[in-house]
Design a binder for this molecule. Structure first.
Ligand code: ADP
Ligand code: MG
Length: 234
């Protein structure tokens, strides 16, 4: 298990500063939801935590270690991407085990982890199918399973449930309680944020507007943007 500590983070694409001096402390074991409109920098922030893009300034600590320059594979993170493209020619089982096979994890350990993640996500009967033989919701489960098998301390989810699936949302909450990992979950959906989060971070234009429990941001919004975005009276 591990927390994530972000200090003075800046991300620029050319002259466009997309994340602007962001400070954020994600507590060990919490379910933090990043909420904000399209284009506000949510995916960029996740990608920088995962080590998929370089920072322009600031530091990122994961589990107490400075990981600002570390390779993605060194960071102890599992990630579900916004476009969770599954490998179309591979079975569900192969999709879930692929990253572990690449990393050289022993076969018996891979089998144990895939079995465990499949049972948690109700994928066991589907392990031999190909993605084309799955429903949209089942594909989302496979994308989540592919991250879970990493048994990481920190999981990053980039809008994994958009357009779906109230049941999977409930299961994800249960999974979080079972695993006890730190989860950072991106969405632009206010209802999803309110139901999943232990704390919500509301972002706009690469700047944090407010951090608080769902009740705090709903009942005492920090500014008109937060009030309007959550649909509560100012
Ligand atoms: P969100 O996930 O909140 O919708 P993003 O993090 O994807 O927002 O994007 C934030 C801003 O950064 C947008 O204006 C987007 O166009 C820009 N952006 C994201 N990735 C890149 C990139 N690789 N190159 C240039 N601009 C980018
Ligand atoms: Mg995004």
């Amino acid at each position: 298990m591990s927390g994530v500590n972000i200090q003075g983070l800046s991300i620029k694409f050319g002259h466009n500063e997309v994340i602007k001096g962001l400070d954020l402390q994600v507590h060990e074991g919490e379910f933090l939801v990043l909420l904000g409109p399209s284009g506000c920098g949510k995916s960029t922030l996740l990608h920088s935590i995962a080590g998929l893009i370089a920072v322009s300034g600031g530091r990122i600590h994961i589990g107490g270690r400075d990981m600002t320059e570390a390779e993605p594979s060194e960071r102890g993170i599992g990630m579900v991407f916004q476009s969770y493209a599954l490998y179309p020619t591979m079975t569900v089982e192969k999709n879930m085990s692929f990253g572990l096979r690449v990393a050289g994890t022993p076969k018996a350990e891979i089998a144990r982890r895939v079995d465990k993640a499949a049972r948690m996500l109700q994928l066991t009967p589907l392990l031999d199918r190909k993605p084309a033989q799955l429903s949209g919701g089942q594909r989302q489960r496979v994308a989540i399973g592919r991250a879970l098998v990493r048994e990481a301390g920190v999981f990053l989810f980039d809008e994994p449930l958009s357009n779906l699936d109230a049941e999977l949302r409930r299961e994800l909450k249960l999974l979080h309680q079972t695993l006890g990992s730190t989860m950072i979950y991106v969405t632009h959906d206010q209802v999803e944020a309110m139901t999943l989060a232990s704390r919500i971070v509301v972002m706009k234009g690469g700047v944090i507007q407010q951090i608080g429990t769902p009740a705090e941001v709903y009942e005492t919004p920090a500014n008109l943007f937060v009030a309007g975005f959550l649909g509560a009276p100012a």
